[in-house]
Design a protein around this ligand. Structure first.
Ligand code: ATP
Ligand code: MG
Length: 260
């Protein structure tokens, strides 16, 4: 999509205005604003400690900002915890991947939102509907084109790093009806596995769900991002596109060697 020509007329799905977050004397975020539109991948880049994770934590209820505003579909929201954001349709894969290694693929996809058996068995005895969860998990993986992972009864600990990451992203994709946020989803992945996650991000975007992607991998960012938000020292140094700037220029803005 051409973000540059369409951004002015549409309401952002998610909008952050002048977010501030301090940790004691450390300034994590210093008045950062961000708009996310339907059907786009917005990358967030920046050096270590630039405030990328803090920013998405403030967007997803994992941190409560000290100042600023958050709007979802143009309406103010106040997330007090991650569950509030999830309830609003914002799914996040945090930098520290939250999967349970001993559980199988389907159970991990339904972690924290397990399906219960219909009727008395589910409501009174709290029995899990394992069959339904496995069937839905399989359908979701197929929908996202994850072909290497058809056996959803395999424990996560037996999967490769890329497959694990794919499960985490698939979980976010399955439940993120409004926004999917990914913090370093391709870090520590091989070339093939990293590319699979990138394909997944593109497919997700093509279904209309906007994606926020944090990554240090410039080729990945330039391959999938529609727009690139550059964080530097707790502030937004600027927002560029892969068409408006080169990778070298992006890195220069990131490090302060060049200003926008
Ligand atoms: N819980 C915390 N307590 C104290 N300081 C924190 C905390 N979380 C983050 N910070 C500080 O806030 C700043 C921004 O950190 P943040 O994790 O957002 O960086 P980042 O851009 O995600 O870096 P990286 O690329 O290394 O993941 C850093 O100076 C960091 O040390
Ligand atoms: Mg981080």
């Amino acid at each position: 999509m051409n973000a540059a020509t369409t951004t002015e007329t549409r309401t952002p799905v998610l909008s952050a205005k002048r977010l501030v977050k301090t940790y004691g004397h450390v300034v994590g975020l210093d008045g950062v604003s961000l708009d996310l539109y339907a059907g786009e991948v917005l990358a967030i880049i920046g050096d270590n400690g630039a405030g990328k994770t803090t920013l998405i934590k403030c967007l997803t209820g994992a941190e409560i900002p000290d100042g600023g505003e958050l709007l979802l579909d143009g309406k103010p929201v106040h997330f007090r915890r991650p569950q509030d954001a999830r309830d609003a349709g914002i799914e996040t894969v945090y930098q520290s991947l939250a999967v349970s290694p001993a559980l199988d693929v389907a159970s991990n996809m339904y972690l924290g939102r397990e399906l219960r058996r219909p009727g008395f068995l589910g409501s009174a005895l709290r029995m899990l509907d394992t069959k339904a969860m496995r069937r839905n998990a399989r359908e979701e993986l197929t929908r996202l084109g994850i072909s290497t992972l058809q056996d959803v009864t395999v424990p996560i600990e037996n999967l490769s790093g890329g497959q694990r990451q794919a499960v985490a992203v698939a979980r976010a994709a399955a439940f993120g009806s409004k926004v999917v946020v990914l913090d370093e989803p391709t870090a520590a992945l091989g070339v093939r596995e990293g590319n699979q996650v990138l394909e997944l991000i593109k497919r997700l975007r093509d279904t209309g769900v906007p994606v926020i992607l944090i990554s240090h991998n410039m080729p990945h960012v330039f391959e999938v991002a529609d727009r690139i938000h550059i964080q530097r020292l707790g502030k937004r140094a600027g927002t560029i596109t892969p068409q408006s700037h080169t990778m070298g220029e992006a890195v220069a803005i990131m490090t302060g060697a060049q200003t926008l």
